[in-house]
Every structure is written in C-alpha cells, then in structure tokens.
Design a protein around this ligand. Structure first.
Ligand code: UD1
Length: 421
C-alpha cells in the first residue's frame, strides 16, 4: 500500500487541466457493449475504476484497447454475462452493466454489490425499473440473476426515498433503448453524466428525449451502432481543484471544465464571501485570507453534489463562524469527520447534519483515507495545514482522480507518494 506525505502551507499557482469524467465514462463504457461494431471513446480518465470496468469486460470476452485516454471497445466476442464478486466488490459502479447486458444479450449474472463506507447503497430502483421492462430477476447465492425473452417499453416511476438515482437511471434508460415500443421514465436523474450517456446513445442510434430533465421518453430501436464519442470533463475533479485553490488562498486557473455543471458550488463559494471567475471552459479562483461560514444541503443535480461534500467540509472547517452541512443523498457519508478533526477541525455530527465550527488553522497529523472523496478532503486540508500530514490508504484516490498528486505538485504543492512499510 502507498501513502502520501504532504508538507502543508505552500501556495498554489498556475493552470491545471481537468480529465474526463469517471462517472460519465462508466455507464458509457457499459452501454457500448450494446453497439454493433467497435466504439471509440476519447477523454476517458486512466483510473483504477476504469481499469476495473475494462477487466470485467475482458472477463466477459469483450475486446478492448486503452491507450492515451482513448478506449476502444469491440463487444463482438462476448461469451459470458457474469460480473464476479472480486470486481463488483471493489467498484459498485459496475452495476451499470446490468441494463446493457439484459437489453442486448437478455441475460446477466451480477454479484450483489455490498454496503460501503458511505452507507448502505440499495439497488431496488435498478431492479424495479428493469422488471417493468419485462426482465425477470432472482437473487441466487449473492448474485442477481436476470433474464428476459423480450424487453417491452413501459411507464416507469424511478424516484426512491432519496430522490432520483443516477445509475438506476443509466441502467433503465440504456435498457429501454433496445426495448420494443415506448418507455417513459418519471423522476429520472438529470445529472450531466446521464445527459452525456444519452448523447452517446443517441449518436449510436437511440431515440431519447428529455435528457437533463426528470422526464425521459425513449422510443425503442432494433439496434445500435459503434461510434466515436468524447466524454465530458469531470465536474467533481474540477470542483475539488477549485476548493484546493481557495483553501490554500491561491489564485489558480482550472481549464477544460464546464462551469454550468458546478453552479451550486460557485453559489456557496460566493456565499462564503469569495469571488470566482468563469468563462465557457475555465474557472479562476480569486482567493482571500478569510471566508464566512455557510449552510449546505447535498441534493441531486443541480443541487450541491454529495461528491463534493467532504472537500467542502474541509474548506468550511477554516471559515469564520459555524457552518452546517446536511447530507440528503447518502445520510451516513461522514466517515471523514473524525479524520478532519485529527487535523484540528471542530466538527460534530447530529444525524445527517455536520456542524462545523470554523478554526483558525489546521495542523498536520497522521490520518487515514476512507473513501474516494473523503480522501480528497484530507488532501485539501493537508495542503493548508501547518507541518506535515501523512495520509495512508490512498488507493481510494487512485480510483477517481487521474494523476492527483502530479497535478497538484505542478501547481506548487509538496506531495510525496511513498510505499507504506
Ligand atoms: C452515483 C455516483 C456517485 C454519486 C452518486 C450520487 C457513479 C459511478 N457514482 O452513484 O459518485 O455519489 O451517484 O450523486 O456514477 N438509492 C436507492 N435505491 C437504488 C439506488 C439508489 O434508494 O436502487 C439511493 C442511494 O442509496 C442514495 C440515493 O439513492 O441515497 C442516490 O444514489 P444514486 O444516485 O443511485 O448513486 P449511484 O448512482 O450509485
């Protein structure tokens, strides 16, 4: 295992490029197995989660080539339809293969994704939506086994106790594309990653209307063709670097970003009394020595993203006053609180609310990364902490941030990756 040694207190300076979106790539890669012929995807980030997805495809007999952020996928040799436990257990996002497998090959055997450190993550909405399209689904010895003779369009309400579901929408929308007749999905997720998936599917021949809203209409088509497609930039990576700029009181420019994907973050930065500059494809941080506390509720898009909650908490731990973050998407996603407190933050929890009393400074300590975004929050805090911070278990970061420490070091951070004894 590897760890980061971070020397805090250095200002950042310069420009940074955002990579392609992990969460858009995963369902698009999955959907490409429904296409006849080869698909070529550009701007795919080279990350552990993407490599895991490629391993699952290869296990199934799908041919792939991944070089310089370009991924070629040729599904013509697919011969097995199982996603085994050893892959699914490391990456829950692989569940987005379920819909494409059932739509195109009419069978799938999928290890049940377990809970994880951000709380229980059910898949009832995925199953409900696919069943409505005519799939039979059983639970056999920890595996979800799905089969269907024919998929038929239907009216599907996809809202759950926590609102819309990103990957359930990806699964059901992808499957509906090859179903007979018309499907409507009410309470669909409208995240930019779902819009990107819809654009990819439309380029491949799908008929989808309403992407980006809560109501999707899909007219089934007989087949899809392999296409070339460029993935959108990663808004969560972008947001993380924006917060890195502000927390270190630095002026940095973040390129290859779609500002509209991050308006909820910009709004909160402005509420904290800070200025932000953005144009069509870049953002510049305008730092200040001080910022004010604020209140945040995480919500599905266009609300404040849960995937930036931990990083924002790190930033607010240095605000003047008391901030409150209410987590409405994954109410138990607070594992980073204890670790941020080890660095000197003053955060207490009350159910799904975190109460953050701003402190004057953070101090380096030994901490442990617990999940992908929580790890990013610790790195941001460490960049501004006095002294040295050691973050263990950084493999979480490699799941979702391409060249994380390289990019930050180019801006002037002092992060070393070393092997843990
Ligand atoms: C995706 C993202 C993840 C992000 C999350 C919310 C990928 C690979 N992952 O995860 O980074 O944090 O969206 O923006 O794209 N739920 C149910 N039943 C279901 C499915 C979900 O109740 O069948 C609940 C979840 O427990 C959660 C909420 O719905 O409370 C939203 O989860 P969902 O949007 O499904 O998250 P993912 O798609 O798994």
């Amino acid at each position: 295992m590897e760890k980061f040694i971070i020397e805090g207190g250095h200002k950042l300076e310069g420009e940074i490029e955002i990579s392609g979106s992990k969460n858009a790539s995963l369902p698009i890669i999955a959907a490409s197995i429904m296409c006849e012929g080869k698909t070529v995807l550009y701007n795919v980030p080279d990350l552990k989660d993407i490599q895991t997805m490629i391993k699952i495809l290869n296990f199934m007999g799908v041919n792939t080539k991944f070089e310089n952020n370009t991924l070629e996928i040729d599904p013509s040799g697919i011969y097995q339809f199982t996603a085994p436990y050893e892959f699914v257990s490391t990456m829950r996002g692989s569940i987005c293969l379920l819909g494409p497998l059932l739509a195109k090959y009419k069978k799938a055997r999928f290890s049940m994704p377990g809970g994880c450190v951000i709380g229980p993550r059910p898949i009832d909405l995925h199953i409900k939506g696919l069943k409505k399209l005519g799939v039979q689904i059983e639970n056999e010895e920890g595996y979800i086994v799905g089969k269907a003779d024919v998929l038929k369009g239907n009216d599907i309400f996809l809202g759950g106790s926590f609102g819309s579901s990103v990957l359930a929408t990806a699964n059901v929308m992808s499957a509906a594309v090859l179903a007979e007749g018309e499907t409507t999905i009410e309470y669909a997720a409208c995240e930019p990653e779902i819009v990107d998936l819809a654009k990819f599917l439309k380029k491949a021949g799908a008929k989808i209307y309403g992407e980006g809203s809560h109501l999707l209409k899909i007219e089934g088509v007989k087949k899809l063709k392999g296409v070339e497609y460029k993935i959108i930039p990663d808004r969560i990576e972008g947001g993380t670097y924006i917060l890195a700029g502000y927390i270190t009181k630095s002026k940095i420019k973040i390129n290859n970003i779609i500002p509209q994907h991050l308006f909820a973050l910009f709004d909160k930065i402005e509420e904290c009394g800070l200025k932000i500059i953005y144009k069509s494809n870049f953002v510049e941080t305008i730092p200040n020595d001080k910022w004010k506390a604020t209140e945040i509720t995480t919500l599905p898009f266009p609300g404040f993203p849960t995937d930036l909650q931990a990083q924002m908490m790190g930033f607010l731990s240095l605000a003047e006053g008391i901030s409150i973050i209410t987590e409405k998407v994954f109410p138990e996603r607070f594992i980073h609180v204890g670790e941020l407190n080890r660095l000197g933050a003053d955060i207490t929890l009350d159910g799904s609310k975190a109460i953050i009393k701003g402190v004057k400074s953070l101090k380096g300590a030994k901490v442990m990364a617990s999940d992908l975004r929580a790890s990013a929050a610790l790195v941001l805090a460490a960049l501004t902490a006095e002294g040295t911070t050691e973050i263990s278990r950084i493999y979480h970061l490699d799941r979702g941030y391409e060249k994380f420490e390289k990019k930050l070091n180019l801006l002037g951070a002092k992060i070393k990756r070393i092997r843990e004894e």
